[in-house]
Design a protein around this ligand. Structure first.
Ligand code: BG6
Ligand code: MG
Length: 214
């Protein structure tokens, strides 16, 4: 196999935290006097917190100053943190843990590559911090996906070359980021949304290492 490492997105790949992000954004939209649909929410996947707020405000046709925006992002995050604070270990998506364990048994390195600043909190709740050789998240990057930064940093820390990395992503921006990093991209979800991915899977249940054969 010509793969040395796998890099996993967090929200929507390892756990279904996308639903909690949606609940918190919807609550904020409602408070601001407009609605926010599940379809609108697709545009926020993989997108940083402030960029997500800007998209939300564009949908609600609101124009606000920077200070107000920072306060609103903070408010959304406090609700989100409240939702994820009661997350249990069993909220890890089916098959993910086994798949990562299989990678480790086969000496394939494992990294997290997430835009979230809450990633540590989530990994701890799921009790999987130790499964990762390296964790790159929203606290450690300056450019959001589709920039390749988060993935390149992961490869660098793992001391592997980008062309020998596979990224697992559920967001179009994330798949693009992986391709911009010159890595293989496995899309987790809908092939129509993730049309730039090299391969598509619906989830990790019963997934074998054959997926890493490119
Ligand atoms: C990404 C999510 O993983 O992280 C986005 O897909 C989210 O929806 C982004 O906005 C930032 O997350 P956080 O937890 O730092 O607000
Ligand atoms: Mg995601």
């Amino acid at each position: 196999m010509n793969i040395d490492a796998c890099i996993f997105d967090l929200d929507g790949v390892i756990c279904d935290t996308a639903k909690y992000h949606y609940l918190a954004w919807k609550r904020l939209a409602n408070e601001l006097g407009f609605d926010f649909s599940i379809e609108d929410n697709e545009r926020l996947k993989g997108v940083s917190r402030m960029d997500s707020l800007n998209i939300l405000l564009e949908i609600g046709e609101k124009s606000l100053d920077e200070e107000t925006k920072l306060a609103l992002a903070e408010k959304k995050n406090s609700w989100y943190v409240e939702y994820i604070s009661v997350m249990k270990k069993d909220e890890i998506l089916p098959g993910v843990k086994n798949f990562i364990l299989k990678l480790r048994e086969n000496n394939i390195k494992v990294a997290l590559g997430s835009a979230s600043k809450n990633s540590m909190r989530i990994l701890k709740a799921l009790d999987i911090v130790n499964l990762f050789d390296c964790i790159v998240d929203g606290n450690r990057i300056t450019k959001a996906k589709p920039s390749p930064e988060v993935f390149l940093k992961g490869a660098e820390e793992l001391e592997v070359s980008p062309e020998r990395c596979v990224v697992f992503e559920d967001a179009a921006a994330g798949v693009e980021g992986a391709k911009n990093a010159n890595m293989f991209a496995v899309g987790v979800g809908d092939a129509n949304v993730l049309n730039k991915a090299d391969k598509i899977i619906s989830g990790f249940e019963n997934l074998t290492l054959e997926i890493l054969e490119f």
